[in-house]
Design a protein around this ligand. Structure first.
Ligand code: ATP
Ligand code: MG
Length: 138
């Protein structure tokens, strides 16, 4: 069983797409083993996206991620990192496959509704960034 970190980004929360995303997780037998609403500080967001520090879109991405509350979740399932990334679709919704979350709901390459860890190593880092062991259902 693998774990991954999911975030419903500020655009997804404000546009009331939380239910749609969770429905797709449940339909795909992905288990939610932790979840909470948080409004990230700049410090938390910069730490989370530290790998993108040098990218031209970094400042804009941080402003977006702290613009409102987000729903952070730990997901568990077989091959869940890859399977959830598939459900999300490509970063740029214009290139995303039909039926993916980003294809159906994203409005912009930045405002793309959801985040998902891209490897086991990033999943471990990202889960630890937001959750203590006590908050995760065993
Ligand atoms: P995420 O890490 O959020 O799951 P991702 O792995 O598909 O998305 P990354 O390359 O890690 O994509 O980029 C992180 C986030 O930065 C993207 O989801 C998007 O919100 C934003 N982003 C990525 N590329 C661009 C870009 N060219 N212009 C503006 N924003 C971008
Ligand atoms: Mg990424």
């Amino acid at each position: 069983m693998e774990k991954t970190l999911s975030i419903i980004k500020p655009d997804g929360v404000s546009r009331k797409i939380i239910g749609e995303v969770i429905k797709r997780l449940e339909e795909n037998s992905i288990n939610i083993i932790a979840m909470k609403m948080i409004h990230m500080t700049k410090f938390q967001a910069e730490g989370f996206y530290a790998v993108h520090r040098e990218r031209p879109f970094f400042d804009s991405l941080i402003s977006f991620m702290i613009s409102g509350p987000v729903l952070v979740m730990v997901l568990e399932g077989e091959d869940v990192i890859g399977r959830y990334r598939k459900l999300m679709g490509a970063t740029d919704y214009k290139n995303a496959d039909e039926g993916t979350i980003r294809k159906d709901f994203a409005t912009d390459i930045e405002k793309n509704v959801v985040h998902g860890s891209d490897s086991g190593e990033s999943a471990n880092f990202e889960i630890g960034h937001f959750f203590s062991a006590l908050e995760i259902v065993a």
